[in-house]
Design a protein around this ligand. Structure first.
Ligand code: G6P
Ligand code: ZN
Length: 543
């Protein structure tokens, strides 16, 4: 074994996006590419010598190779110990849980979340800090700055670590501990939810299906749903993690989780269905022939939180990302607690959770979570729903409809235009931005613009500001159209258009959102010239 210092030159574009550095596998496989980024992480960490890091990934193509490189570099950079999930597997929320439980210095997650995997797919790497959450912008900016000046990296020349053998191995002076990926996470879930009650409900004939989409949640879901909770074999679909996710797109939405959707919308389907994404932090919730929009899911979890052991004492506050619907705000108002509006990206919830200002957080992008970890958590959301269903013994649809009757319905939809020309997308946003001042006060049909701006956020805890976080056009009746460019794609640009309208009238709650929002959909195109500028006649994905 020998320590090597390898001369290198910077790569351009190693800038972490919404959630870490995400690129095509091919890009990561270039000599020195991953090494440069990892060294930049180690270079900006202060006082990491002798400390513990947690490392794991979603099992996608290149996961094992990347972990070997990372371990050898950790050894060469003076890290004391690394906890690695067996087989290189750890879901994103499990990494967060383990960092917190063992008081680790931080963690490194290998994942490109919901992006496709395989040699032609994507790979990603993300650094999490000691609170278990994604590194804040000042850290990711420092890492990026370091990538631009890097001229060497350090690595230990050594044989590979056996990632499948539980227990301790030495890599130079580094201790590598291979841990079971599920145990710590399951223990945390058992403390938050009433497993006995859910087990009884499942035993009484209530039927669930969970689609792991051949991604990281398979082992967790099998252990928790089929193991601890006694759901029958087969309740977990696609439970084997595969390097290419079986050729699928591990994003739990109505388009990509079609196997689950067909099951739930077919005849004699299960009572409850859910899916998670590549790295296990997203969730989609379905009832029988019924889809729960993520924004409603957040509001419903908040409204029912006191029925669940981990949240029996009530919520300090709720936080949602700006494009998420305002359904949660209505629950917060009724509970008399604050509701915070943050930019898109889970990292913005970290300070609110650490400061005890928010207990539940959620995003329209199928992310829900709480102060139990510092990442959004797919299986946690599924267990939360199961716990509520086991307490209320009503169908998913009844629970959602009763919620709308109580609070009114924030009818909501997101339209995605994927892989459009990046320049055209920038121009569309720039043009819209320029038109904002002139929009205020203008009317189209029944809609009058009350405000039109580019969302900027000042963190109430540390005072940091983030600007240009999405264009909002708000109408006098409370409806909104929001435009954002995705920060997680790797090819071209993805335009997201978020549409929301409040409907107080229960007689109209059953309307298809695409019908209820027709006026806004048309206006969204007109204001931003979407069809003309992107050449697309309709969105690729509607959620
Ligand atoms: C990741 C982050 C989420 C965020 C989402 C936005 O999943 O963890 O917090 O909401 O990206 O993705 P987008 O593609 O819209 O930038
Ligand atoms: Zn994810």
């Amino acid at each position: 074994m020998s320590l090597r210092t390898v001369p290198t030159t910077p790569f351009s574009g190693q800038k972490p996006g919404t959630s870490g550095l995400r690129k095509q596998v091919k890009v990561f496989q270039q000599p020195h590419y991953l090494e440069n980024f990892v060294q930049s992480i180690f270079d900006v960490l202060e006082g990491s010598a002798g400390q513990t890091l947690v490392v794991g990934g979603d099992g996608r193509y290149y996961n094992r190779e990347a972990i070997q490189i990372l371990l050898k570099m950790a050894a060469a950079n003076g890290i004391g110990q690394v906890l690695v999930g067996q087989g290189g597997i750890l879901s994103t929320p499990a990494v967060s849980c383990i960092i917190r439980k063992y008081g680790a210095y931080g963690g490194i997650i290998l994942s490109a979340s919901h992006n496709p995997g395989g040699p032609e797919g994507d790979f990603g790497i993300k650094y999490n800090i000691a609170n278990g959450g994604p590194a804040p912008e000042k850290v990711t900016e420092a890492i990026y700055a370091r990538t631009q000046t890097l001229d060497r990296y350090r690595i230990l020349e050594a044989p590979d670590v056996d990632l499948d053998r539980l227990g301790e191995q030495n890599l130079g002076s580094l201790k590598v501990r291979i841990i079971d990926p599920v145990t710590d996470y399951r223990e945390l879930m058992e403390r938050l939810f009433d497993f006995d009650l859910i087990r009884d409900y499942l035993a009484s004939g209530f039927r669930m299906a969970f689609d792991a989409m051949h991604a990281v949640t398979g082992p967790y879901a099998r252990a928790i749903f089929q193991g601890s909770l006694g759901a029958p074999e087969g309740s977990v679909l696609n439970g084997q993690p595969l390097p290419d996710f079986g050729g699928g797109h591990p994003d739990p939405n109505l388009v990509y989780a079609h196997e689950l959707v067909e099951l739930l919308f077919g005849e004699n389907g299960p009572d409850f269905g859910a899916a998670s994404d590549g790295d296990g932090d997203r969730n989609m919730i379905l009832g029988r022939k019924f889809y729960v929009t993520p924004s409603d899911s957040l509001a419903i979890l908040a409204a029912n939180a006191q029925r669940v052991p981990g949240y029996r004492d009530g919520l300090a506050g709720i936080a949602r990302s700006m494009p998420t619907s305002q359904a949660a705000d209505r629950v917060a108002a009724k509970l008399g607690i604050p509701c915070y509006e943050t930019p898109t990206g889970w990292k913005f919830f970290g300070n609110l959770l650490d400061a005890g200002k928010a207990t539940l957080c959620g995003e329209e992008s199928f992310g829900t979570g709480s102060n139990h970890v510092r990442e959004k958590d797919g299986l946690w959301a599924v267990l939360f729903w199961l716990n509520i269903l086991a307490v209320r013994r009503q169908s998913v649809q009844q629970i959602v409809q009763e919620h709308w009757q109580t609070y009114g319905r924030n009818v909501y939809s997101r339209h995605d235009y994927e892989g459009i020309d990046a320049v055209a997308a920038q121009e569309l946003m720039e043009n819209l931005r320029l038109s904002l001042p002139s929009l205020v006060g203008q009317s189209w049909g029944s809609q009058t613009v009350e405000y039109a701006d580019d969302f900027s956020y000042t963190d109430p805890v540390d005072g940091s500001t983030s600007s240009k976080q999405g264009i909002r056009i708000g109408f006098v009746n409370g409806s909104r159209i929001v435009y954002r460019l995705s920060g997680t794609g790797t090819q071209g640009a993805t335009l997201r258009v978020y549409l929301e309208r409040f409907e107080p009238d229960p007689a109209k709650h059953g309307l298809d959102p695409q019908v209820a929002l027709a006026e806004h959909i048309q206006l969204a195109d007109q204001l931003a010239q979407i069809r003309a500028r992107t050449g697309r006649q309709q969105p690729d994905v509607i959620t």
